[in-house]
Ligand binder design. Structure first.
Ligand SMILES: *Cc1c(COP(=O)(O)O)cnc(C)c1O
Length: 432
């Protein structure tokens, strides 16, 4: 198990932020989401500090769907991040945190009228139009409210980078965005620009997630900026912003080679500045939208081991007190994780285990095969790098209560989302 941030071992016991896993278990129970606040803040400020341009302004908008709570949005404010949201619920949570709403970007391929109304009421900074059909809906909301709105248009630059390398294609079937290769695209752009209630800032693209190749991001920037030049030449429209999305790859298990942010980010900015200059574009601001790469490695999940099982075929299970309800990623897309026994950190890991949850699905497995020390009841099992897309995708399947979230730092621990109680589980139910 790779140790991240402030993780350390003291007397055979894992600590994060100077707090032992035993203390966290005794104070909050398990399963528990633990965020290393120092690593979280360091990563956020590394993004902000490394994505400052010489001629252009760099904006780092945290993609809040990776992990959102009031505390996380407040931390984003303190670290100078802007924020991306993709639903009324995310918009509302960010608003409740006291966030500067002018720094909020609202995404989504099917924003509802009520969501657009809420965005306008809360003075959301930018709405990212996903499709030409969204234009008239937003215009009608704005007319009703006597308001105007900054917009970007999401486009598909034909760079498909869902794997370790990019593929250039003109026939993407993505549900997101307008294709740059659509023969109507200039008319769509012209009509958004002509709208009196919309202030058209530029284009947005997001080429995928967990991408390790720097080249893919440079190619996407090139495609977009060359298209800006075409827009300028053919329509005279000078965009002022470009949004290059997120998707920066992180470490989960051996073999993942994440981008080195402190060189990758300045190089990306440099690349954009050079292209903008060479093409004579009027861009003032470049936005990126990291989600996973800000929160993933700072978060871990702590579980308590129940019993063990050795099947007749020789497979050894370690059962934990959570599972797919607190981390759906392995079941959803075969995500892989490492693990350690937090109270046996100095013991050799030489027994192969399948770490399985307690929910009623055979697919409820967190790790298919991991080497651990011999596991016993009440051991504390830690799965690192669960900071992204776990809490935010958690469910109440089997009526499990959603775990608490705690921030740890400098020997202190602070509850930021309380554990659901059994009463919470029935609070929406009505008698017949
Ligand atoms: C999900 C998403 C992101 C963040 O992706 P990560 O892989 O978490 O960095 C950024 N932009 C958009 C539009 C997204 O949908």
């Amino acid at each position: 198990m790779k140790l991240f941030g402030t993780m350390s071992v003291v007397d055979n016991m894992l600590e994060i932020g100077g707090v032992s896993m035993k203390t966290l278990k005794e104070t909050y129970g398990t399963p528990l989401y633990i965020y290393d606040e120092v690593l979280l803040r360091e990563t956020a400020s590394l993004f902000v500090d490394s994505f400052k341009g010489k001629t252009l302004e760099g904006v780092v908008a945290y993609a809040s769907k990776a992990f959102l709570s009031i505390a996380m949005a407040q931390l984003a404010t303190q670290e100078g991040l802007a924020i991306d949201v993709a639903s009324a619920g995310e918009l509302f949570t960010v608003h409740k945190s006291g966030f500067d709403m002018s720094r909020v970007y609202f995404h989504g391929n099917n924003k509802l009228r009520e969501e657009l109304e809420l965005a306008v009421e809360l003075n959301c900074g930018v709405i990212v139009l996903d499709h030409r059909n969204e234009v008239s809906l937003l215009e009608s909301v704005l007319q009703e409210k006597g308001a105007t709105m900054n917009v970007l248009l999401r486009v598909n630059p034909g760079i498909d980078a869902h794997t370790h390398e990019y593929i250039k294609t003109t026939t993407l079937d993505s549900k997101f965005g307008e294709s740059l290769f659509d023969p109507e695209i200039m008319n769509v752009i012209q009509s958004i620009n002509d709208s009196v209630s919309l202030n058209f800032l530029g284009l947005h693209c997001h080429i995928g997630s967990q991408i390790f190749e720097q080249e893919s991001f440079h190619k996407a920037a090139d495609e977009i900026l060359e298209f800006y030049k075409r827009v300028l030449d053919e329509t005279g429209i000078r965009f002022t912003e470009v949004n290059l999305g997120g998707g920066f790859g992180v470490y989960y298990t051996k073999g993942d080679k994440p981008v080195t942010l402190d060189t990758f980010l300045p190089e990306l900015m440099d690349h954009v500045e050079t292209q903008v200059e060479a093409l004579g574009l009027g861009i003032k601001r470049v936005i990126i939208e990291p989600g996973r790469s800000i929160v993933c490695n700072a978060g871990s999940t702590l579980y308590t081991v129940g019993s063990e099982k050795l099947t007749m075929s020789g497979k050894r299970y370690a059962y934990i007190d959570g599972g797919m309800s607190d981390n759906i990623r392995p079941a959803l897309y075969q995500a892989e994780y490492e693990a350690g026994i937090a109270n046996k950190m100095d013991q050799a890991s030489n027994t192969d285990y399948c770490v399985a949850g307690k929910l009623c699905e055979s697919g409820d497995v967190i790790i298919n095969s991991v080497k651990l020390p011999h596991v016993e009841r009440d051991d504390l099992l830690l799965v690192p790098s669960t900071g992204a897309y776990t809490y935010s995708m958690s469910s109440n399947y089997n009526k499990l209560t959603r775990p608490a979230v705690v921030f740890v730092r400098d020997g202190h621990h602070q509850l930021v989302v309380r554990r659901q109680s059994l009463n919470d589980l029935t609070q929406w139910d009505l008698n017949i």
